[in-house]
Design a protein around this ligand. Sequence first.
Ligand SMILES: Cc1ncc(COP(=O)(O)O)c(C=O)c1O
Length: 355
Amino acid sequence: MKIYDLDTPALLIDLDVMERNLGRMGSYAREHRLRLRPHTKTHKTPALGEMQLRSGAVGLTVAKVSEAEVMLESETPDLLVAYPVFGNAKMARLVNVAKRTNLTVSVDSVDVARPISEAAMAAGIRISVLAEVDAGLLRVGVQPELFVPLLQELDQLPGIELRGMAFYPGHIKDQDAEALSALSRLIGGLIAEARTAGFALPVVSGGSTPTMWSSHLVQGMNEIRPGTYIFNDRNTVISGACTMADCAVTILTTVVSTSVPGRYVIDGGSKTFSSDRAAAEGFGVMLDAPGALFEKMNEEHGYVKHEGHSRKVGEMVRVLPNHVCAAVNLHPKIFGIRGEQVISAWDVAGRGKLQ
Ligand SMILES: Cc1ncc(COP(=O)(O)O)c(C=O)c1O
């Protein structure tokens, strides 16, 4: 089947580019002796998790317990839930996951850690935890001055095993050497403080796609969790961490209306691309139409402004999305392509897994 035989909108992954991205990251991690634990939020697909494991990953990362359940299918030896898991309904499911693979959860408070400790005790197992510190994103993670006190509190809880530190440098969106060196000083300093307080921290888990090629410059970090790198997207290009040629994802759409002069409408809007913006204008890059601007969306309509090069109704156009992770979550299938040939189709088994 050729890509233009697919029904639209459809999410396409160029397998040659994806394999190159996987290989490059595997080599980088090996070269710098970093443990690679990709965040599967980007593809949400066990078969692609398996490919990451085959290309050098030691384990996988998810955000939700329900995503962890899905990702078990990849037979990962090791799984990190990089999210404060809270709620009675989740504990039994978390314990079941922990019985099937080596499970670690990142936590930033005793409020989150205690129920995990109690559930592990009741099940007669131990669950590993990483103490999360806020490295500047101001999202989750204790403030740095409270990191050692958090280690001390976690150390008191039975049923859990404190394995180290987690952080996510999501505030660094480009190749800002100063921001990276501040991050390195922060993490190096916290590791030293922890050591003085008697904590060895065998795992120091961080990393992101914008900072992926500078990971080795962060003092003491020995594990990285890039997610977007498998496909890359417009935001990754803008961050300077990849080029357009490294983007494996495109969304295939059909022109469905040309009724308004100076504009055409494609059959994908926020339900297809997500509403995520980039640090540049527009909701994606119109790949086959240089100069055209994807300027506006409703749920099912994408408004494309053009400068004289209109399209005909029925023509198919490919778009590079701003944020691939959010777009994948909206699609039932990922189509793997080589050139114009459709090679594979995977169900996005982890889409919509909110709990
Ligand atoms: C905790 C955590 N780790 C890793 C990642 C992966 O980040 P990226 O997609 O920039 O590689 C994310 C992304 O949101 C995250 O929230």
